[in-house]
Design a protein around this ligand. Structure first.
Ligand SMILES: *[C@@H]1O[C@H](CO)[C@@H](O)[C@H](O)[C@H]1NC(C)=O
Ligand SMILES: *[C@@H]1O[C@H](CO)[C@@H](O)[C@H](O)[C@H]1NC(C)=O
Ligand SMILES: *[C@@H]1O[C@H](CO)[C@@H](O)[C@H](O)[C@H]1NC(C)=O
Ligand SMILES: *[C@@H]1O[C@H](CO)[C@@H](O)[C@H](O)[C@H]1NC(C)=O
Ligand SMILES: *[C@@H]1O[C@H](CO)[C@@H](O)[C@H](O)[C@H]1NC(C)=O
Ligand SMILES: *[C@@H]1O[C@H](CO)[C@@H](O)[C@H](O)[C@H]1NC(C)=O
Length: 529
């Protein structure tokens, strides 16, 4: 065992030592058609400089001698990031020997999350041919002050989750807890307090979850959902035990939020030292919308979050109608129900948010993505966005599961992503028959798949799958037999969590596994208790 571990360590060190890495500083190079040197190593172009030419071209390097998928990062800054959405720049990877552009993208001023000229990273992904020379170019279209600080090229690395993605990592169960139920819990509601999200910070795990029946449900919510709010508990033992709760978001007095706030996701923004919580909300309007809550400081439990005055910040259907309009989309234009949101990352000042969608009449589900700087205004197109679904029935219909022949897989529901190395790993639920839970034994498949991509802009069909999806499946075939799964990181460790529900006995448990070395045979069968 010990020898095995040493061998693995040596191998990974070797891989690390041989991974190619290049850095170029435009101010130290001669390849420019416009602009001037800035701050010794950078290059600046301003509105007085000639437009429509290369701010930087070259460096005609022959050192990118690899077939490993690679990424080039352009560090760029702009003086103004609001207003005119037209493109300012085009970045590309060019093979000057064949005069072939391997990949390119346009960048508008809105793609920059920050103004006042500071470095922000824009990436391109490519695979090259050994022996060919390469250029990493920045073309200045027009009309702004722009600085090119540096260009960095790396081979892509799957990080700590690469092994389990290949079936070569193990899963160690670290906790299996009965989640606390509400104080005044009617017996039929013992499974209501789910909707969990584990967020490690400062050596603690915070679990955000929905809490129903904390007060009598008002008559106007009958037939909608029980009165439900969001609470947080903390744990210092990987979820074996949980502290008393603190309430952070409650139903308000809007028709969009006067019955429930639930099934959302927290995000701690280290840059501004503040917490965000984006939730599904519903009220007497009977429509699922998204509501936003926030507070400053590192401890999410010290006082309630403030509801955003613009709530509901997303009205049901608002984002899906844009994502799915146009040709060759992987979702139906009648999709709605932006739900189970997750705030995946803050990149260049933009929060990237994923969410499910449901189109009842067409029996289709999908997961989509948008970005926001302020949780009030959202874009579905722009830098690192697909302007399409990221997961649809296209991605699950081929999984090795006996999907109902009438409906196959209807698409994706709740999804959770973690970044490991240069990849986003996506754990997502996919059912057949419907996106609603069919809790009769033996009727509905409800399984989790694991996919990955270095780009959030990868569309449905473009995400790499583990060799044999699904990755997790409930031991007893129940719709929603596994629910509210997450994949999350705590320092250098990665964890999977999910609720396992046995509808026969009306009981559930929350299980958490740590990713360790070993071997995993997919699908992992998950059982209660
Ligand atoms: C490219 O890599 C191969 C194999 O590692 C090596 O044999 C070759 O000399 C390298 N070529 C250059 C130009 O570095
Ligand atoms: C960038 O914009 C130009 C001009 O509008 C367009 O022709 C080109 O296709 C765009 N490139 C990409 C990669 O979208
Ligand atoms: C953890 O929860 C307990 C009980 O609510 C609370 O007293 C304590 O302050 C919490 N710790 C942190 C770091 O939030
Ligand atoms: C609605 O709630 C807000 C904030 O809780 C409060 O300021 C406002 O007075 C309430 N409005 C009504 C009509 O109750
Ligand atoms: C969090 O912010 C602090 C201060 O801005 C910074 O020093 C630290 O590196 C940041 N941590 C992470 C994980 O980004
Ligand atoms: C597909 O699943 C069946 C039954 O679950 C199993 O026997 C078979 O080996 C699987 N096929 C592959 C290619 O994994």
């Amino acid at each position: 065992m010990a020898i095995h571990a040493i061998t693995l360590l040596t191998l990974s060190l070797l891989c690390y030592a041989t991974a190619l890495h290049l850095e170029f500083y435009p101010g130290t190079q001669p390849y420019h058609q416009t602009g001037s040197r800035y701050d010794n190593t950078a290059w600046l172009v301003s509105v007085q400089d000639p437009p429509e030419r290369y701010l930087t071209y070259g460096p005609f390097t022959e050192q990118w001698n690899t077939t490993v998928p690679s990424r080039v990062d352009f560090y760029l800054g702009v003086d103004n990031n609001v207003g005119d959405p037209s493109d300012l720049l085009t970045v590309d990877v060019n093979d000057p020997g064949t005069d072939r552009v391997l990949t390119s993208r346009n960048i508008s001023r809105l793609d920059f999350g920050y103004a006042s000229v500071q470095p922000q990273v824009f990436s391109l992904y490519f695979s090259s041919t050994p022996g060919h020379s390469l250029e990493f170019r920045v073309y200045y279209r027009c009309c702004s002050k722009i600085v090119h600080y540096k260009t960095v090229v790396d081979e892509l690395d799957g990080g700590a989750l690469a092994a389990i993605f290949a079936g070569q990592g193990g899963l160690e169960l670290v906790s299996s807890s009965t989640f606390p139920t509400p104080h005044a819990d009617p017996s039929s509601s013992s499974m209501w307090n789910v909707g969990t999200y584990v967020k490690p910070l400062d050596g603690k795990w915070y679990i955000f979850y929905r809490e129903g029946f904390y007060a009598p449900t008002p008559e106007f919510c009958n037939g909608i959902v029980p009165l439900t709010r969001i609470a947080v508990r903390n744990s210092t033992d990987f979820g074996k035990s949980w502290s008393e709760p603190a309430v952070i978001a409650s139903p308000g007095n809007l028709s969009a939020d006067n019955c429930a706030v639930l099934d959302g996701a927290p995000f701690f923004d280290n840059e501004t030292d503040s917490w965000h919580y984006l939730a599904q909300c519903i009220g007497t309007n009977k429509r699922w919308d998204l509501c936003h809550y926030s507070r400053s400081g590192r401890d999410p439990m010290s006082s309630p979050f403030l509801p955003n005055p613009a709530n509901p910040v997303v009205q049901g259907g608002q984002l899906w109608s844009k994502i799915c309009s146009g040709r060759e989309k992987h979702c139906t234009s009648t999709m709605y129900d932006e739900g189970t949101p997750e705030i995946v990352e803050k990149i260049n000042g933009w929060f990237y948010v994923t969410f499910h969608g449901w189109d009842g009449p067409n029996n289709k589900a999908a997961r989509g993505i948008a970005r926001t700087r302020d949780f009030v205004n959202y874009d579905v197109a722009g830098y690192d966005l697909p302007d399409d679904a990221i997961f649809s029935s296209l991605d699950c219909n081929g999984w090795n599961i006996t999907w109902s022949p009438q409906s196959l897989c209807v698409g994706g529901g709740e999804g959770s992503m973690a970044k490991s190395g240069d990849y986003f790993y996506h754990l997502i639920e996919a059912p057949d028959i419907t996106l609603n839970c069919d809790t009769t034994l033996g009727e509905q498949n409800w399984v989790l798949g694991l996919l990955r991509s270095p780009r959030l802009s990868a569309r449905s069909g473009e995400w790499e799958q583990i060799r044999f999806n699904p990755a997790f499946k409930p031991a007893k075939k129940y719709g929603c037999g596994i629910q509210y799964h997450r994949i999350f990181r705590d320092e250098n460790d990665f964890f999977f969590s999910m609720f396992v529900i046995d509808f026969e006995v009306g009981k559930l448990t929350m299980k958490v596994w740590k990713v360790v070395s070993g071997q995993t045979y997919f699908p992992v069968l998950v059982s209660y208790p």
